[in-house]
Design a protein around this ligand. Sequence first.
Ligand SMILES: O=c1ccn([C@@H]2O[C@H](COP(=O)(O)O)[C@@H](O)[C@H]2O)c(=O)[nH]1
Length: 239
Amino acid sequence: MKKPLIIALDFAGKDEVNRFLTHFENEKLFLKVGMELFFQEGPSIVYELKEKGHEIFLDLKLHDIPNTVKSAMKGLAGLGCDMVNVHAAGGKAMMEAALEGLEAGRGSGKRPFCIAVTQLTSTSEQQMNSEQLIPVTLNESVLHYASLAKEAGLDGVVCSSLEAREISARLGESFLTVTPGIRLLTDDAGDQKRVATPKFARAEGASAIVVGRSITKSENPFEKYIQCKQSWEGVLNEA
Ligand SMILES: O=c1ccn([C@@H]2O[C@H](COP(=O)(O)O)[C@@H](O)[C@H]2O)c(=O)[nH]1
């Protein structure tokens, strides 16, 4: 994977997506389809975006018993997306089952990358300790989930940029660290707790950044996309 900037298409439906994409006429993008859009539009949204030449991260964060996740992944494998994910909290057996499902469903096609969410970037250490009753540091929890994902054979994790460096150091550079919670310095963090700039994410060795509202809610989405891209590529001197 070539260090993509992935745009989170958190929209209610196709019309909004198509309106948004008019700002990106000749760009081939890496787009994230999440629950909001997929639950509204179903598989056709993936087919249509792929048809336009975009790469797709289908971010449905599966978390269920192994048998259910395996069957669901078998279905998702046929959609032609480039990346899918699960919650590492579902456990090693569930993650192994996800891979089995993807292998079973891919036919002659390429298996999409399969990554695991560690701790959501909207979770703080205090919240994790008090609500999930996980009595370790957030860093430890993320590293533990990342190790579990690696043992299960997954291709990488979703984590914040703050944990990317240590994950790569422990689990290897080829183990993907896909990092949401990305903001330029002047952007509002909103519900995100573990936030960083694209430039910081690159310095910490993140494999990919996921940017949603900073671009999608901007008055000039293309200009904001270019700013984020330049910060990610180290061209724009955003701290
Ligand atoms: O830990 C996670 C896992 C997934 N996400 C998703 O990324 C985008 C981020 O959107 P922003 O508007 O840039 O905050 C969103 O689709 C989340 O579902 C995440 O933020 N954190």
